[in-house]
Design a protein around this ligand. Structure first.
Ligand SMILES: NC(=O)c1ccc[n+]([C@@H]2O[C@H](COP(=O)([O-])OP(=O)(O)OC[C@H]3O[C@@H](n4cnc5c(N)ncnc54)[C@H](OP(=O)(O)O)[C@@H]3O)[C@@H](O)[C@H]2O)c1
Length: 249
């Protein structure tokens, strides 16, 4: 059973749903985000602790890990979920947004993991779950940097699986397609396609909790593993089909 969990991006969407689910299952939840009002409300609801931090700032992730350990002494489960998108032609991506995408989506999960891992290894037990994206497995037009950060998260998680084998620390990856959250409003382009159909944040949260207990890769919806597998096995065929059916979201 997970006793203490740090959920990043718990002030909204998938992170908030995950924190609620973990709290209902008896875990002590450490709630990260930037929006202090939302975090305070969720902390009251879940009997959790709000730990606000802007992960776009240098050193913020390491500082967050230290604050988390100061509150509970140990963190059994780290859910690396906080993230943001940006959609549009690459030359139009503002430099500041590029830096924020890399800092929040990729560097922060790496730094948080590095900071919390030693205590997990000392205890011989720990759970790491990464919220990635189908964009990182297949590529998406207009979201090259977002997709690159998620691909980086995937490679980091996969490498850790090998490195941590036999230590008692497990790695799970959740790969959502489209989730009904504020993500699309915030990225600057609404989601208008019919496929994949959007899933609820609660459904993704259930996959996150499941990935902590039974580590593996979990696609939401499950059929998304087929385009990802096709791209790996036959990239030429995949690109032809993607060009025909659209590689934007
Ligand atoms: N929605 C989708 O369709 C979808 C699909 C695939 C993967 N994902 C991934 O799912 C994860 C959660 O996204 P969501 O859909 O739940 O979106 P969301 O509702 O927009 O939530 C994003 C969370 O990340 C936090 N965050 C963003 N920038 C931050 C920063 N600079 N510092 C600290 N926290 C920051 C936000 O905190 P504040 O609100 O407090 O600023 C919020 O809690 C992300 O990693 C996203 O890439 C989403």
């Amino acid at each position: 059973m997970t006793r203490t969990a740090l959920v990043t991006g718990a002030s909204s969407g998938i992170g908030a749903a995950t924190a609620r689910l973990l709290a209902r299952s008896g875990a002590r939840v450490l709630l990260h985000g930037r929006d202090e009002d939302r975090l305070a409300a969720l902390a009251a609801e879940t009997d959790g602790t709000a730990l606000p931090a802007d992960l776009g700032l240098s050193g913020a992730a390491t500082d967050l890990a230290e604050r988390a350990l100061a509150v509970t002494g140990s963190v059994d489960l780290l859910v690396n979920n906080a993230g943001l998108g940006w959609a549009g032609p690459l030359p139009e991506l503002p430099a500041g947004r590029l830096a924020e995408l890399v800092a929040v989506n990729l560097a922060a999960p790496i730094e948080l993991t590095r900071a919390l891992l030693p205590a997990m290894l000392d205890h011989g037990r720990g759970q790491l779950v990464f919220v990635s994206s189908i964009a990182g497995r297949t590529g998406v037009a207009g979201e090259a940097v977002y997709a690159a950060t998620k691909s980086g998260v995937d490679a980091f998680a996969e490498s850790l699986r090998f490195e941590l084998h036999g230590t008692g620390v497990t790695v799970g990856v959740v790969v959502p397609g489209v989730v009904r959250t504020e993500f699309f409003t915030r990225r600057g382009r609404p989601y208008t396609r019919g496929i994949p159909r959007p899933v609820s944040a609660e459904r993704v949260a259930a996959a996150v909790v499941h990935a902590a207990r039974r580590p593996g890769d979990y696609y939401l919806p499950r059929w998304l593993r087929f385009p990802a597998a096709l791209r790996g096995a036959a990239p030429g065929v995949y690109r032809t089909l993607a060009a025909r059916f659209g590689a934007e979201s």
